[in-house]
Design a protein around this ligand. Structure first.
Ligand SMILES: [Zn+2]
Length: 285
């Protein structure tokens, strides 16, 4: 099977991709999702809203662009040689609390740079699926603008028949067919992260990638133990194929999906504990 790999920039002597500077941001709506609507209306679900989009600061760079041309932004902290990649919002929609979580982690490491341990670089992507995020808190926001489930679009164990619970979802016409997954895969091949964590909600648990290539189970244990989420068991609620952690594991990069407990709270404090534990785990390796 021919898998079209993303075009990579040429090797550089530094570990950082030479990426164009982030563009000037247009005024992003600083929404407080749903608060006003919920205060004034008694409807059960608020109108589609999204977590506030973070404006790029000095440590931000553009990873790639979505199908609708939105920037996929990353923030980096620290200068260590072991890169920990943290990704929110691969599914947006009802899982947009993971975008909030990664934005809160960015704010934390901006305010407390000493929490990036020596030897570590953090790269955080709050919104890996910005087109889905723009669709707000609804089921369609899970998918990208082409309707593809970006956590079924990776090449380890990809299947044309893909599921979300009992529903069939579109895994894309082939592995890594989507601009968002191509951007993440290209970034991974440039950065060569030491570990990758993808945040989802809300199945409560840490689920290790498994493609026979890395110690994802060890990563899941370190994170799950510190954050207080169950770990050590495969995801069995329904059949999942072509997930991001599986692809990363197959590339030799330990990777996990962290499923938050609910779809509203970002569960920041326990996840900060998890990120700190993963940093220690990486330093000790
Ligand atoms: Zn998800």
């Amino acid at each position: 099977m021919v898998t079209p790999l993303p075009t990579l920039p040429p090797p550089t002597p530094t570990p950082w991709p030479t990426l164009p500077p982030p563009p000037l941001m247009t005024a992003a709506p600083r929404l407080n999702p749903g608060a006003a609507a919920e205060a004034s209306l008694s409807i059960p679900s608020p109108p589609p809203t999204s977590p506030p989009t973070r404006s790029p600061t000095g440590s931000a760079f553009v990873v790639g662009r979505s199908g609708e041309g939105r920037d996929i932004l990353a923030w980096r902290f620290g200068t260590g040689e072991r890169v920990l990649l943290l990704v929110g919002g691969l599914h947006a929609g009802y899982e947009a609390n993971t975008v909030t979580l990664v934005n809160e982690l960015i704010a934390h490491f901006e305010a407390a740079p000493g929490d990036v341990l020596p030897g570590i670089t953090l790269v955080l992507i709050p919104a890996a699926n910005p087109d889905g995020l723009a669709r707000g808190r609804q089921a369609a926001g899970r998918f990208n603008a082409s309707g593809v489930d970006l956590n079924r679009n990776w090449s380890c164990g990809w299947s044309a028949e893909a599921y979300w619970r009992t529903e069939r979802v579109d895994p894309g016409p082939r592995p890594l067919s989507e601009p968002e997954t191509q951007a993440l895969a290209a970034l991974a091949q440039v950065l060569k992260p030491a570990a990758a964590v993808f945040y989802h909600s809300a199945a409560r648990g840490v689920f290790a990638g498994d493609c026979g290539g890395a110690d994802s189970a060890g990563l899941a244990a370190a994170l799950g133990e510190a954050a207080g989420y169950p770990y050590g068991r495969p995801f069995t609620a329904y059949r999942v194929t072509g997930t991001a952690p599986n692809w990363f594991d197959g590339q030799g990069i330990p990777a996990v999906d962290v499923e938050l407990t609910g779809t509203r709270d970002s569960e920041f404090v326990r996840n900060l504990r998890g990120v700190m534990a993963v940093q220690r785990w990486l330093v000790a390796r």
